[in-house]
Design a protein around this ligand. Sequence first.
Ligand SMILES: [Zn+2]
Length: 454
Amino acid sequence: MVNHQHIRTFVNEARPQFENMLAQMVEVPSISMDPSRASDMRRMADLAVHCLTELGAEAQVVETDGYPIISGGWMIGPRYPTVTVYNHMDVQPAQEPEWKQEPFAFRNDNGVYHGRGATDDKGPALAALFGAQFAVEQGLPINIRFVWELEEEIGSPHFADGLKDRKAIPQPNSVVVSDTIWIAKGRPAVPYGLRGLLGARLILRTGTKDAHSGLTGGAARNPLAELMEIAHACLDAKTGRVKIPGFYDEVVQPTKAEIKSFLKSGFQVSRFKKAYGFQSIRTSDPIDVMRCIWAAPTLEIHGLTGGYHGPGVKTMVPSQGELKISMRLVPSQTPEAIFTKLKRYVGTLNPNVKVEQEGVLQPFQGLFDGPYVAAVKRAVKGGFGKEPVFVREGGSIGAVVTMQRAWKVPILFMGLSLPEHGYHAPNEYFDWGQASGGMKTFAHYFSELARMVK
Ligand SMILES: [Zn+2]
């Protein structure tokens, strides 16, 4: 058990070092998306190793064909269980005009930490690291490892390959991911499921050049109209229901217990609408909205291109068009099976339409009950004074599915970010309340795991 007085003292004493490390990390613009930042990415890897070793962990840079992975931690003994904490050290670009400060100049405003990457995901990574240092100092019988990725924001293209280096990145008994957002401040939330993704392009060409409607209209086919017909056949735009035959066959509906948990999350339709600037949405029932964005699959039409968009009348009949769509998938749908269903259906509707796959992420189903979940609940209660609610996330984290496939061990989430922190948004920040609560939570969690049988 973690002694509350000890952890409190530790956290208060760790604060200057935590703030100093976070400052250094935020000031490295580790934008994985931007090829011109390659040398900053290298600096980030070196700094990450430096932070781990400064706290007494061993650490190394694991090379991949892309940006490296940082692996490190404390190996106490092979008899003890090993937990790996996953975070990422790359960040989103920060060119939004709304930034009120230089995004890569760290600013500590009395425990509010401003700068790109502060909450996504450098602050949470450091909170977990300090929680681990405390656990090690207490002599807990557990091996704590860290995997810090540098390509999360670009879809983790080399992560699976990196994990093959089992010597540098040993297989743990469980994983904890700290890269998610609570639903509301003061209400700890733990996601246990992520949606997957399948992107597709539907391309139709009906001629070699555009034609004049006065000369050919009526006889000429119109690829844009035909693609719109397909869009309509695939999706009920009013309800959002997907009409591809068999689309819902594999969907596992959330249980009553899951829905009950969603209800306790602090989710509010009005806040949701305000946050995303919606004037109206498809349903105003909070349960329906949560079900739609977390636990149900979707199909979105992102764009229809082709034809003429300029001023005035241009009476041309386009010769080709393209429809860009994507689907969010839930457990236990697979992008592969859904793509087959889409392609088959489009083929019956219009055999001339070419269907191309683009971007694939598997959905993730985590744990909703059992000993690990109980450990997370007690740890969050110990760190933040309140048990977390278990929710799902509508988005995807590719690395999570990669770790599940590579290691086949329980993966739990312990995010520390708040909605107002501005993930992927201008004026991103993190704060000491979440950081200190996070350190305590991680310390409690490691202690819980140490008590579990390996
Ligand atoms: Zn992130």
